[in-house]
Ligand binder design. Structure first.
Ligand SMILES: Cc1cc2nc3c(=O)[nH]c(=O)nc-3n(C[C@H](O)[C@H](O)[C@H](O)COP(=O)(O)O)c2cc1C
Length: 193
């Protein structure tokens, strides 16, 4: 039988397949479903200091593609801390907690999620492409936790420059990559349920 287990940054994954931050990990129950489905680890949906307000519908099929206008989690951070993260932890899988966005927000959130985090994934999606705020967010996370901190990059044209700066600033890994966009203005039709 093939051995698919992976050791990465001190974390042990039973296999190298994980759901990306998004609807498949939007709460504890979905994390448990992903575990039942065989995920080797969990990355939870990005949270921020305030829940996101997402217009509906927020996903659409287009010719040859798919658009989404989903933001970060619509659940308040308190709900994640009181219930959802524990449900994810109960799976026994490594739990990498998705956080956004500014250094100040990350510093605040990282302390709150610390009891549940085997790692952090910082989303840079709404931070912009300037390097300083992205690196500052990493530094805020590294100062708050002892677990590995991964930074998820967005498809900016200076992605190489951002990656090099993050490596120099001590990122434990880079996650590639977030959705292309925004694409608010395009014509769309809702995906059938
Ligand atoms: C509906 C939807 C919601 C998403 N939500 C998040 C999120 O909360 N945080 C994040 O970092 N990425 C989010 N993403 C981006 C995905 O994690 C992933 O990076 C992106 O879909 C590109 O991977 P793919 O080419 O496999 O789809 C979302 C994507 C979709 C389609």
């Amino acid at each position: 039988m093939a051995k698919l287990s992976v050791e990465f940054c001190g974390l042990s994954f039973s296999n190298p397949v994980m759901p990306a931050a998004g609807p498949p990990v939007k709460d504890g129950a979905m994390c448990q479903a992903a575990a039942l489905g065989g995920a080797g680890g969990l990355v939870t949906k990005t949270i921020s200091v305030q829940p996101a307000e997402v217009p509906r519908p927020c996903m659409a099929e287009i010719k040859g593609g798919f658009l989404n206008t989903e933001l970060w989690s619509e659940l308040p951070k308190e709900q994640w801390i009181e219930k959802e993260y524990q449900m994810a932890k109960d799976t026994g899988l490594p739990v990498i907690i998705g956080l956004g966005y500014t250094a100040e927000q990350i510093g605040q959130l990282a302390k709150l999620v610390k009891p549940y985090a085997d790692g952090l994934e910082l989303s840079t999606h709404y931070v912009g492409k300037d390097i300083t705020p992205i690196v500052d967010a990493l530094k805020a996370a590294k100062a708050a936790v002892d677990v590995p901190v991964f930074v998820k990059l967005s498809p900016h044209t200076n992605i190489q420059e951002i990656a090099v700066a993050l490596e120099a600033a001590g990122a434990d890994g880079l996650v590639m990559i977030n959705s292309f966009g925004p694409a608010w203005e395009l014509t769309w039709r809702p995906v059938s349920p």
